[in-house]
Design a protein around this ligand. Structure first.
Ligand code: PLP
Length: 419
């Protein structure tokens, strides 16, 4: 089935009430028929609902729909994109392990990897996303994964998937891609050979800035790598916290099963069923919206690139952009609504961000309402000058998230603000 169809029907089978819209199962817990029924559910002899922290029927529709859209085998929804990223790393790494990650990442992911996980004994080793050979040189026997974004935020790079997947496969480590900006409509990392896809559903999935959420999608290829008992012992040895379950032998997709039964159970960043329902609504028209976001962004990028006060524009589908070839090869039908441009210095960038009237000064992306952000004074404020440079964020960089307003009105607003 085509993605437009999956976005509307994927993962939902009507129950006896025959509701057209997916129902919201707003409940914390579920009744067991008997003590034996409960025991069977806990021991995975039977499938069914136990407690919303580890599963919920509304959330399950979202998980199935996302898995279908991404071409994965199953998915695990979380309370935020950061929870999805944290769990995808914690599912692989313990103290003493390391993860190889692109420099060009969302600022929250950089601080998670550089500071928070470091305190747990997990090391992040960074490489330039355009130099896969650098990544290869960082991998050792304690490396558990390679992490990058399909369209990077805020530097707007598109990596060479083929080469990065080759690096991961040669080393036998899992590849994890944050596909938030591209969405499953514009890019399908699993089809490109990636093992795990993560999303912040707070962005284009809701589409209107309505709720926080995240999701982890497992590709079929993850299982084979996780069978390596030396690289991934915790997937191949009995889990004492789940009466000796061996995830790789469970018959279920192991990455998701461990994420649900161990991480979600113990750390608890489960989504609200109401938020899952909002994301299901958003997915229905995501294919239409993301194409419109992309068309308007391209027009604005073209307009900005001719403005005398603009030193440079980053948009992968702008001819001459260093990411143009990768974007043409790996993105389908657009490059999202995210673009950035550079003006002369910190103060000028702040002045422009203060002067717009239609764009909102907000630290978010993927909303129907257009957004302007000055990363150096907001999202990336905590990064050192070296980290800023590595993340491709200069002091005069302005990021735009192009919404669904008339593109002429957006250009007029920028024209006035640039002066
Ligand atoms: N990944 C990317 C690419 C993002 O842009 C963001 C947030 O801006 C996140 C992850 C984190 O998502 P959330 O805010 O849902 O935790």
């Amino acid at each position: 089935m085509e993605r437009e169809t999956l976005a509307i029907h994927g993962g939902y089978e009507r129950d006896s009430q025959k509701t057209m819209a997916v129902p919201i199962y707003m409940t914390t817990a579920y009744a067991f028929d008997s003590a034996e029924h409960a025991a069977n559910l806990f021991s995975l002899q039977e499938t069914g609902n136990i407690y919303t922290r580890i599963g919920n029927p509304t959330t399950e529709v979202l998980e199935r729909r996302f898995a279908a859209l991404e071409g994965g085998v199953t998915a695990l929804a979380t309370a935020s994109g950061m929870a999805a990223i944290t769990y995808s790393v914690l599912n692989l790494c313990g103290a003493g392990d390391n993860i190889v990650a692109a420099h060009q990442l969302y600022g929250g992911t950089v601080t998670l990897l550089t500071h928070t996980l470091k305190r747990l004994g997990i090391e992040a080793r960074f490489f330039d996303v355009h130099r896969p050979e650098e990544a290869e040189g960082l991998i050792d026997e304690r490396t558990k994964g390679i992490f990058f974004e399909s369209i990077t935020n805020p530097s707007i790079d598109v990596p060479d998937f083929a080469r990065l997947v080759e690096v991961a496969n040669r080393a036998g480590i899992l590849s994890i891609v944050d596909n938030t900006v591209a969405t499953p409509i514009l890019c399908n990392p699993i089809e490109l050979g990636v093992d795990i896809v993560v999303h912040s559903t707070s962005k284009y999935t809701t589409g209107q800035g309505l709720a926080l959420g995240g999701i982890i999608v497992e590709g079929e290829s993850a299982r084979k790598k996780l069978l390596d008992p030396d690289r991934y012992p915790h997937f191949n040895q009995p889990d004492p916290s789940y009466h000796g379950l061996i995830y790789s032998e469970s018959g279920h997709p192991p990455f998701t099963l461990r994420g649900r039964l161990s991480l979600l159970r113990d750390m608890g960043a489960a989504p609200s069923p109401f938020n899952s329902w909002l994301f299901i609504q958003g997915l229905e028209h995501l294919p239409l919206r993301i194409r419109r976001h992309s068309e308007s962004a391209l027009k604005i990028a073209q307009w900005l690139s001719e403005h005398p006060k603009v030193k440079g524009v980053n948009y992968p589908l702008l001819p001459g952009d260093p990411n143009f070839d990768n974007a043409r090869r790996y993105l389908k039908g657009g490059a999202s609504g995210l673009l950035s441009f550079e003006v002369e210095g910190f103060e000028e960038a702040k002045r422009i961000a203060d002067s717009v009237r239609l764009f909102s000064r907000v630290v978010n992306i993927g909303d129907s309402k257009s957004i302007i952000t000055h990363p150096a004074s907001t999202t990336h404020q905590q990064l050192s000058p070296q980290e800023l440079e590595a993340a491709g964020v200069s002091e005069g960089l302005i990021r735009l998230s192009i919404g669904l307003e008339a593109v002429e009105d957006l250009i007029e607003d920028l024209r006035e603000a640039l002066g």
